[in-house]
Design a protein around this ligand. Structure first.
Ligand code: 0WD
Length: 254
C-alpha cells in the first residue's frame, strides 16, 4: 500500500510541467494521494488543468493567494467535496523583476510588500483555513531557498521574503502542533523553472552548484518532490518547524 494511500490534499503553485510543485504532485500521486490543484489565472489554467487531470484530479480551482477570500473559497470547496484534508503544499512566490535586478537598497516599498505578501504572508491564511479541515492532524510543506539565510547575489527582496516564510513556518508549527498539524519547509537548490527565469544570472547559480556542492550536481523536481513526500507522509510524524535542505549539500560546503 502506498505511503499516501487514503490521504487527500491540495497543491498551490503548479504553473507548468517544470514547476517544483509538479515534481511534488508526481511523487504524491505515485504514493497514492488524492490531489486537488489550484492555478493563478486563466492563462495558467490551460497548462495546469491537463497536468492535474493526468493525475486523476477533478478538483482544479482558481486561486490568487493575494486574496484571503480566494484562499478561503478553495478550502470551503474542499470541505464540501471531501469533508477533511491531510496535506497542503505551498509552492508559490513572486517578486517584480525590477526589484530583483536593482541593488538591494533600491527595493521599492510596493515591491517589498508584493514579494512578502505573495511569497510569505500567503502561507499564514492558507494554514488558518486548512487547519479546521485537518481533522485527523495534517502536514503542510512550503518551498524556500538558501537566500533566506545568506545574501545570495541577485536574490535580494526574495531572500527577505524567504526569511519571513521560514520564520512563519516556525511560528505556525508552534501554534498548530497541539492539533497534530505539522508545518515544514523544503529548501531546494536552484532548479530551472518559470519563476527562476526572473532571477538574474540563474545559469551561474546552477553552474556554481555543479562545481561546489558535495554531490557535484544540481537537484531535480522529483528529488524535491520525494523530500516533500517524506514531510507530508507519516514517515515524518515527529518533525515540525523544520527547514529541510535538498541542495546536494551546497549549504554545508565552504
Ligand atoms: O530554483 C528554484 N526554482 C527554486 C524555487 C529554489 C528554491 C525554492 N524555490 C521556490 C520558489 O521560490 C517558490 O516558492 O519554489 C517555489 C516554486 O517555484 P518554481 O517551481 O521554481 O516556479 P514556478 O513553476 O514558476 O511556480 C511558482 C508559481 C507561479 O508561477 P509564475 O511563474 O506564473 O509566477 O507561483 C504561482 C504561479 O503559478 N504564483 C501564484 N499563485 C497564486 N497567487 C501567485 C499568486 N499571486 N503568484 C505566483
Amino acid at each position: 500500500m502506498g505511503l499516501m494511500q487514503g490521504k487527500r490534499g491540495v497543491i498551490f503553485g503548479v504553473a507548468n510541467d517544470k514547476s517544483i510543485a509538479w515534481g511534488v504532485a508526481r511523487q504524491l500521486h505515485a504514493a497514492g494521494a488524492e490531489i486537488a490543484f489550484t492555478y493563478l489565472n486563466e492563462a495558467l489554467e490551460k497548462r495546469v488543468r491537463p497536468l492535474a487531470e493526468s493525475l486523476g484530479a477533478d478538483i482544479i480551482l482558481p486561486c490568487d493567494v493575494t486574496s484571503d477570500e480566494q484562499i478561503e473559497a478553495v478550502f470551503r470547496e474542499l470541505e464540501q467535496r471531501w469533508g477533511s484534508i491531510d496535506f497542503v503544499v505551498h509552492s508559490v512566490a513572486f517578486a517584480n523583476r525590477e526589484d530583483l535586478k536593482q541593488p538591494f537598497s533600491m527595493t521599492s516599498r510596493d515591491g517589498f510588500h508584493l514579494a512578502l505578501d505573495i511569497s510569505a504572508y500567503s502561507l499564514i491564511p492558507m494554514v488558518r483555513f486548512a487547519a479546521p479541515l485537518m481533522k485527523n492532524g495534517g502536514s503542510v510543506v512550503t518551498m524556500t531557498y538558501l537566500g533566506a539565510v545568506r545574501a545570495v547575489p541577485e536574490y535580494n527582496v526574495m531572500g527577505v521574503a524567504k526569511a519571513a516564510l521560514e520564520s512563519s513556518v516556525r511560528y505556525l508549527a508552534a501554534e498548530f502542533g497541539e492539533k497534530n498539524i505539522r508545518i515544514n519547509a523544503v529548501s531546494a537548490g536552484p532548479i530551472k523553472t518559470l519563476a527562476a527565469s526572473g532571477i538574474g544570472n540563474f545559469k551561474k547559480k546552477l553552474h556554481v552548484m555543479e562545481e561546489r556542492s558535495p554531490l557535484k550536481r544540481t537537484v531535480t523536481q522529483d528529488e524535491v518532490g520525494n523530500a516533500a513526500l517524506y514531510l507530508l507522509s507519516d514517515l515524518s510524524t515527529g518533525v515540525t518547524g523544520e527547514v529541510h535542505y535538498v541542495d546536494g549539500g551546497f549549504s554545508i560546503s565552504a
